[in-house]
Design a protein around this ligand. Structure first.
Ligand SMILES: [Zn+2]
Length: 191
Protein backbone atom coordinates (compact mmCIF):
# COMPACT_ATOMS: atom_id res chain seq x y z
CA UNK A 1 0.00 0.00 0.00
CA UNK A 2 2.80 2.40 0.95
CA UNK A 3 4.71 1.66 -2.26
CA UNK A 4 1.54 2.08 -4.28
CA UNK A 5 1.19 5.54 -2.79
CA UNK A 6 4.78 6.32 -3.76
CA UNK A 7 4.21 5.07 -7.30
CA UNK A 8 1.08 7.23 -7.55
CA UNK A 9 3.15 10.14 -6.28
CA UNK A 10 5.58 9.62 -9.16
CA UNK A 11 2.72 9.49 -11.64
CA UNK A 12 1.29 12.74 -10.34
CA UNK A 13 4.40 14.78 -9.55
CA UNK A 14 6.54 13.78 -12.54
CA UNK A 15 4.14 15.03 -15.26
CA UNK A 16 3.53 18.18 -13.28
CA UNK A 17 7.27 18.81 -13.02
CA UNK A 18 7.72 18.06 -16.73
CA UNK A 19 4.87 20.43 -17.53
CA UNK A 20 6.41 23.17 -15.41
CA UNK A 21 9.80 22.69 -17.08
CA UNK A 22 8.19 22.84 -20.49
CA UNK A 23 6.28 25.97 -19.54
CA UNK A 24 9.47 27.64 -18.35
CA UNK A 25 11.28 26.70 -21.58
CA UNK A 26 8.77 27.78 -24.20
CA UNK A 27 11.44 29.93 -25.83
CA UNK A 28 14.01 27.13 -26.08
CA UNK A 29 15.82 26.94 -29.44
CA UNK A 30 15.38 23.61 -31.23
CA UNK A 31 16.88 22.65 -34.57
CA UNK A 32 14.43 22.51 -37.49
CA UNK A 33 13.97 18.71 -37.89
CA UNK A 34 12.84 18.34 -34.28
CA UNK A 35 10.74 21.49 -34.14
CA UNK A 36 7.44 19.78 -34.94
CA UNK A 37 8.08 16.95 -32.46
CA UNK A 38 9.12 19.47 -29.81
CA UNK A 39 5.90 21.47 -30.36
CA UNK A 40 3.79 18.33 -29.85
CA UNK A 41 5.76 17.42 -26.71
CA UNK A 42 5.18 20.92 -25.37
CA UNK A 43 1.46 20.72 -26.12
CA UNK A 44 1.13 17.43 -24.23
CA UNK A 45 3.24 18.67 -21.36
CA UNK A 46 1.40 21.98 -21.05
CA UNK A 47 -1.97 20.23 -21.21
CA UNK A 48 -1.06 18.43 -17.99
CA UNK A 49 -0.92 21.61 -15.91
CA UNK A 50 -2.73 24.89 -15.60
CA UNK A 51 -0.51 27.87 -16.25
CA UNK A 52 0.73 29.09 -12.88
CA UNK A 53 3.67 31.22 -11.83
CA UNK A 54 6.01 29.43 -9.44
CA UNK A 55 9.26 30.60 -7.89
CA UNK A 56 12.35 28.86 -9.23
CA UNK A 57 13.13 27.22 -5.89
CA UNK A 58 9.68 25.54 -5.87
CA UNK A 59 10.34 24.17 -9.36
CA UNK A 60 13.72 22.88 -8.25
CA UNK A 61 12.19 21.23 -5.18
CA UNK A 62 9.53 19.56 -7.34
CA UNK A 63 12.17 18.27 -9.73
CA UNK A 64 14.24 17.00 -6.80
CA UNK A 65 11.24 15.23 -5.23
CA UNK A 66 10.27 13.73 -8.57
CA UNK A 67 13.78 12.33 -8.95
CA UNK A 68 13.64 10.75 -5.50
CA UNK A 69 10.23 9.21 -6.14
CA UNK A 70 11.36 7.83 -9.49
CA UNK A 71 14.41 6.27 -7.80
CA UNK A 72 12.21 4.71 -5.09
CA UNK A 73 9.83 3.29 -7.70
CA UNK A 74 12.74 1.97 -9.79
CA UNK A 75 14.28 0.38 -6.69
CA UNK A 76 10.96 -1.30 -5.86
CA UNK A 77 10.61 -2.68 -9.41
CA UNK A 78 14.22 -3.94 -9.34
CA UNK A 79 13.61 -5.66 -6.00
CA UNK A 80 10.47 -7.38 -7.28
CA UNK A 81 12.29 -8.56 -10.38
CA UNK A 82 15.07 -10.06 -8.25
CA UNK A 83 12.60 -12.23 -6.29
CA UNK A 84 13.62 -15.87 -6.77
CA UNK A 85 11.66 -17.77 -9.37
CA UNK A 86 10.87 -21.48 -9.11
CA UNK A 87 13.14 -21.82 -12.16
CA UNK A 88 16.08 -21.01 -9.85
CA UNK A 89 15.13 -24.08 -7.79
CA UNK A 90 17.11 -26.78 -9.61
CA UNK A 91 18.75 -28.66 -6.74
CA UNK A 92 17.64 -30.24 -3.49
CA UNK A 93 18.34 -33.24 -1.25
CA UNK A 94 15.96 -36.19 -1.06
CA UNK A 95 16.62 -39.67 0.36
CA UNK A 96 20.18 -38.65 1.26
CA UNK A 97 21.07 -37.86 -2.35
CA UNK A 98 21.60 -34.60 -4.23
CA UNK A 99 18.99 -34.23 -6.98
CA UNK A 100 19.33 -31.81 -9.88
CA UNK A 101 16.96 -31.00 -12.70
CA UNK A 102 15.91 -28.40 -15.25
CA UNK A 103 12.59 -27.03 -16.47
CA UNK A 104 11.06 -27.04 -19.90
CA UNK A 105 9.52 -23.80 -21.20
CA UNK A 106 6.13 -24.84 -19.84
CA UNK A 107 7.63 -25.51 -16.37
CA UNK A 108 7.72 -29.29 -16.62
CA UNK A 109 10.67 -30.85 -14.75
CA UNK A 110 13.24 -32.49 -17.04
CA UNK A 111 16.84 -33.81 -17.08
CA UNK A 112 16.53 -35.04 -13.51
CA UNK A 113 19.51 -36.86 -12.00
CA UNK A 114 20.85 -37.85 -8.60
CA UNK A 115 24.39 -37.15 -7.42
CA UNK A 116 26.72 -38.26 -4.65
CA UNK A 117 26.50 -35.94 -1.62
CA UNK A 118 30.18 -36.63 -0.86
CA UNK A 119 31.97 -36.27 -4.21
CA UNK A 120 29.20 -35.05 -6.58
CA UNK A 121 29.64 -38.01 -8.93
CA UNK A 122 26.44 -39.13 -10.66
CA UNK A 123 25.01 -42.15 -8.85
CA UNK A 124 24.20 -45.45 -10.50
CA UNK A 125 21.20 -47.51 -9.49
CA UNK A 126 20.49 -51.22 -9.03
CA UNK A 127 16.97 -52.60 -8.95
CA UNK A 128 16.26 -55.52 -6.61
CA UNK A 129 13.50 -58.09 -6.48
CA UNK A 130 12.74 -60.74 -3.88
CA UNK A 131 12.62 -63.50 -6.45
CA UNK A 132 14.58 -63.63 -9.67
CA UNK A 133 11.65 -63.02 -12.00
CA UNK A 134 9.26 -61.09 -9.76
CA UNK A 135 8.58 -57.37 -9.95
CA UNK A 136 11.23 -54.96 -8.72
CA UNK A 137 10.55 -54.04 -5.10
CA UNK A 138 13.56 -51.93 -4.14
CA UNK A 139 16.29 -49.82 -5.73
CA UNK A 140 19.70 -48.93 -4.35
CA UNK A 141 22.04 -46.15 -5.45
CA UNK A 142 25.83 -46.26 -5.41
CA UNK A 143 28.71 -43.90 -6.17
CA UNK A 144 31.33 -45.61 -8.33
CA UNK A 145 33.93 -43.06 -7.31
CA UNK A 146 33.91 -42.81 -3.50
CA UNK A 147 31.81 -45.84 -2.56
CA UNK A 148 28.89 -43.88 -1.09
CA UNK A 149 25.66 -45.85 -1.21
CA UNK A 150 22.01 -45.39 -0.36
CA UNK A 151 20.39 -48.53 1.06
CA UNK A 152 17.45 -50.06 -0.74
CA UNK A 153 14.58 -47.63 -1.34
CA UNK A 154 11.12 -48.98 -1.98
CA UNK A 155 10.04 -49.05 -5.61
CA UNK A 156 11.76 -49.36 -8.94
CA UNK A 157 13.87 -46.62 -10.48
CA UNK A 158 10.96 -45.02 -12.38
CA UNK A 159 8.76 -44.95 -9.29
CA UNK A 160 11.51 -43.25 -7.22
CA UNK A 161 12.13 -40.66 -9.94
CA UNK A 162 8.41 -39.89 -10.20
CA UNK A 163 8.15 -39.63 -6.41
CA UNK A 164 11.05 -37.14 -6.31
CA UNK A 165 9.40 -35.22 -9.16
CA UNK A 166 6.22 -34.96 -7.08
CA UNK A 167 8.23 -33.71 -4.07
CA UNK A 168 9.85 -31.02 -6.22
CA UNK A 169 6.45 -30.06 -7.61
CA UNK A 170 5.05 -29.80 -4.09
CA UNK A 171 7.94 -27.57 -2.97
CA UNK A 172 7.29 -25.29 -5.94
CA UNK A 173 3.54 -25.05 -5.30
CA UNK A 174 3.82 -24.37 -1.56
CA UNK A 175 6.82 -22.07 -2.19
CA UNK A 176 9.05 -24.06 0.14
CA UNK A 177 11.66 -23.77 -2.63
CA UNK A 178 12.31 -20.17 -1.51
CA UNK A 179 13.55 -21.44 1.87
CA UNK A 180 15.71 -24.05 0.10
CA UNK A 181 17.24 -21.38 -2.15
CA UNK A 182 17.91 -19.24 0.91
CA UNK A 183 19.73 -22.17 2.56
CA UNK A 184 21.78 -22.76 -0.58
CA UNK A 185 22.94 -19.12 -0.80
CA UNK A 186 25.91 -19.32 1.66
CA UNK A 187 27.06 -22.59 0.06
CA UNK A 188 27.14 -21.10 -3.42
CA UNK A 189 28.85 -17.95 -2.07
CA UNK A 190 31.75 -19.96 -0.65
CA UNK A 191 32.35 -22.07 -3.77
ZN1 LIG B 1 30.86 -40.16 -4.30
Amino acid sequence: MKNTTKALGVLIVAPVAVGIILRSTTDIKISEPFLWVWDRVKEVGLSLVHPVELPLFVILILIFLSGILILIAASKIRKENSEPSFRDYTEDRFDGMVWRWNYQVNGTICNMGCYCPQCDNQLVYTEHSVLSYSDVTHTSFQCEDCGFSVPKIQGDRDYIYSRIRRLIDKNVRNEHYKAVLEQQKPQSATT
